[in-house]
Design a protein around this ligand. Structure first.
Ligand SMILES: C[S@@+](CC[C@H](N)C(=O)[O-])C[C@H]1O[C@@H](n2cnc3c(N)ncnc32)[C@H](O)[C@@H]1O
Length: 187
């Protein structure tokens, strides 16, 4: 999604439609966790995660579009959100240090990646042992989800692609109205 679509990410009805608050519960956040919000966009999720991992935990808010990173930098300057660290990614490298995060989250991002295999490999390296990688994607299996097929993924497809990396599938939560939350752990 181009940065010009930022308003859609921040739309007022998003919580009612997608229940991001339920996603936060699925993530089992706690103070001290270091989280990467990969493809953070406007920081819709990063700014909700940041207070839950503060004061010691950081949220690396990663994006490939400089315009999004500029928005994330403005967000990180706001009081109470100082633990957000904006990160400029390249198309194939999220720009995270090895073994630097406990949780890497991609909400509606993986299906857009130009180099999915390379990015996933880099995210696995950025995870600490036992860290979690979480995919949130619109459910391709469900015709009632009002999103173009191009922007949807099935759980089977996500699991097939993750199986190419040292990741163990942990569980898939289908508590959200439109998306599945597919959770893996680094081996
Ligand atoms: C549909 S938006 C989702 C934004 C955010 N996760 C949310 O749910 O509000 C997808 C985002 O992924 C970013 N993106 C695409 N490819 C990327 C890459 N290789 N590395 C980091 N971000 C990427 C886009 O720039 C865009 O901001």
């Amino acid at each position: 999604m181009g940065w010009q679509g930022a308003a859609w990410l921040e739309r007022e009805e998003r919580e009612r439609e997608e229940r991001g608050s339920l996603l936060l519960k699925e993530l089992a956040l706690r103070p001290g966790l270091d989280v990467a919000d990969v493809g953070a966009g406007t920081g819709y999720h990063a700014r909700r995660i940041a207070p839950r991992v503060a004061p010691a935990g950081r949220v690396y808010a990663v994006d490939v579009q400089p315009q999004m990173v500029a928005m994330l930098a403005r967000l990180a300057a706001q009081p109470g959100l100082e633990n957000i660290v904006p990160v400029q990614a390249s198309a194939s490298d999220p720009g995270l240090a090895p073994a630097s995060v406990d949780l890497a989250l991609m909400v509606d991002v993986y299906h857009e990646l130009e180099y999915p295999h390379e990015v996933l490999g880099a995210l696995v390296r950025a995870l600490r042992p036992g860290g979690r990688l979480v995919f949130v994607e619109y459910r391709a299996e469900d015709d009632r989800v009002p999103i173009k097929p191009l922007h949807k993924m099935s759980e089977a497809q996500i699991r097939r692609e993750a199986a190419l990396h040292p990741l163990d599938w942990e569980r898939t939560a289908d508590t959200l109205p439109w998306q599945h939350v597919v959770i893996f752990r680094k081996r």
